[in-house]
Design a protein around this ligand. Sequence first.
Ligand SMILES: C[S@@+](CC[C@H](N)C(=O)[O-])C[C@H]1O[C@@H](n2cnc3c(N)ncnc32)[C@H](O)[C@@H]1O
Length: 434
Amino acid sequence: MGRTWRRRRSRKKNSSISTALNHDSMIVNLTRWMTRHNWNNETKLKLSHFKNTGRGVTCDRSLMIEDTLIEVPYALMITLDSLEGVGEVVVTPNGEKLTIHDLLSLFLVIERHKGESSNWKYYLDSLPDCLPHLPWLATSSEIDLFPNTLRETILNRRENFELSWKRSKESINPRWKCECCQTVGHRVITLNSFIWAYVMVNTRAVYVDPNVVRELSSSKWGNILSDEPSMALCPFLDMFNHSNNARTSATLVKSDGKWVYKLITLSPSKRHEEIFISYGTHDNIKLLCEYGFFIPHQGLDCISWTLSDTLEATKMKLNERQYKFLKTRKLDDSLYIDCNGLSFNLKAALFVILNPFISDWCSCVFGNFPSGCSSQEMQELCRKLLAWKANKLLGELQRMENYGSQRSETFRNLLNYQNYLLVLVDKMCDKYNV
Ligand SMILES: C[S@@+](CC[C@H](N)C(=O)[O-])C[C@H]1O[C@@H](n2cnc3c(N)ncnc32)[C@H](O)[C@@H]1O
């Protein structure tokens, strides 16, 4: 498995190839419902299916900086104020409060259960049934095969979900029954329905100013809510896919006396091309763990090492004074190479490793690295670091590839990510001529 092969596998396809979804009945129903509730699609946004990114938003005209992208009436958003129905379902006898994420998830489960009789039916119908490929949704035996560096983040994410599920399950009022079908709460709010709802909130909710929400909210949630009501679901607006290059500004504002959630473009886009927003400046690990996808070569990735990796890879040793110097100045952390080159800490650590007898590392490291800091020696250590990383990634990849045929889509997505990391290390080897 050589570099050329890996490059071929990672080659980008044309992202602008799309299929319009104008006649999809679900989209037609969603936009009609929103229009009935005073949504004015002034920008004439449309949904399409894009080859690379899946369902997303486009427009028949080019958009300029400071154009309004979308304005969704507050009344169409699911905020703290919409959760009144959940109040009947939830009791917190042991005093444990719920987060806004828990409450929005419970809301989605209950409304989805109501089906045709839900006021939010057309919005719920627009949500995907299939979950994104979030690594924490993989099976335990798959997670055991994930690289150590990812596993910790993934297990942490999974634990957050499990705590949310525990809090929510324990809060279900044992006397509550669905008014349409008399099903008891524990049969409506099942683990699977909650996973779906929790993931929808996690991947689609937007930030809203909690002060405005509290001001507009007629519900009394003070005794139940454990955090700020700063998450909300926003129909249609949650159809925008992410790009790190997109710039938008989003605010809850009053327009003609009515509150709306308004998105303004700060980066232009061409007609018929997919319009992106930015979910934040996220590297691929964050995108993968929070949203279930990654974007190859977006420029925010880095290849990192711990201090003990660095010593193992370079076959170097530290004396006590070197070790203490790096530790006390926190130069043993954030050792990485990214598209801008070596991190400050990696440069400093390598310098200290290469120069055990210098009496004052401080003035070298925090001043200008002196000419005594041989770039050739540094380069040689970088070469060893990258070679060690490539080997390690390859080992992890092979371990994953040996996993049986029953691989989940999520697992396959992670395999692709691992392949991509190898391509990235190859590129860095080329860049640093190692
Ligand atoms: C807010 S939704 C965006 C709309 C979504 N594509 C849909 O069909 O409903 C976020 C989800 O869209 C997908 N997504 C967003 N940006 C993406 C991108 N640049 N590439 C691939 N998938 C993306 C991920 O599954 C993510 O969890």
